[in-house]
Design a protein around this ligand. Sequence first.
Ligand code: PGA
Length: 303
Amino acid sequence: MALNMTFRQLKVFESAARNLSYTRAAEELHLSQPGVSMQIKQLEEVVGLPLFEQIGKKMHLTVAGREVYAYSKSIGHLLDEAEVVLNELKGLQTGRLSISVATTAGHFATRLLAAFSQKYEDVTISLDITNRASLREQLEANRPDLVIMGQPPEGVEVESEAFMENPLVMIASPNHPLAFERELKLERFEREQFVVREKGSGTRGAIERFFKEQQVKFQTGIEMTSNEAIKQAVEAGLGLGIVSIHTLELELETKRLQVLDVNDFPIQRYWYVIQRKGKRLSPVAQTFKTFVLEQAREFIRVP
Ligand code: PGA
């Protein structure tokens, strides 16, 4: 004999049996009372036995009702469990991950994402490398899952966690007269021209704050929106530069640029992983965040 009962009937019956009341089952499942009694009547027809009996004013389960109740509870638990397991699988292995990072963080974010996607092959990742102003807008609109930047933005409610130091160092061409001098005083740079990032860059903001705090004049020369362009300009002798050490791996290895030994340097900053306050991260995004907090350092090579 095949029992052609539906999950729906079982679910309605489970609630009615637990509450011993059609009315309460209807409330619990947002159904009408006649809706509940119809589902249970159909179930009784499938089973071929009455499931409830009314004695006086009280509802009771029949012997058959008690049996069906026990099975309906187990089936309900199994379905809940299946849902959790399947969601986790879907979330972890086939989800989408949308990450936005500050220009400078782009130098290591690609390596980080590559390592992550090797581990979670079916995750589709989108990476946006952009400036601070745009990151702020994105956070405000709650678009990316997570943002990596040098300092939490002002005026947006976010949750941020620092995961690594981000030292800004002063660089020069190896032919610069100061290239190999020791313990240079900051005042020596008042008359030097610096090739700088655009206004709105986190690096630029941090440099200006630093010189202001030290009460030393800071002269900006050419402005550029990329660290690559700044390094090339400095190498070509267009001025000095101040950039995150995380952008310098190749140039220091090949000795195309020299880090100057300046007092009070490096300017110490931190990298943060940031999300809009109250955002509920998907399982993939949560896994990526943990990965950044625990393992990001391994993917950054500082010469
Ligand atoms: P950037 O630096 O904006 O200068 O690239 C990152 C940051 O400070 O947020």
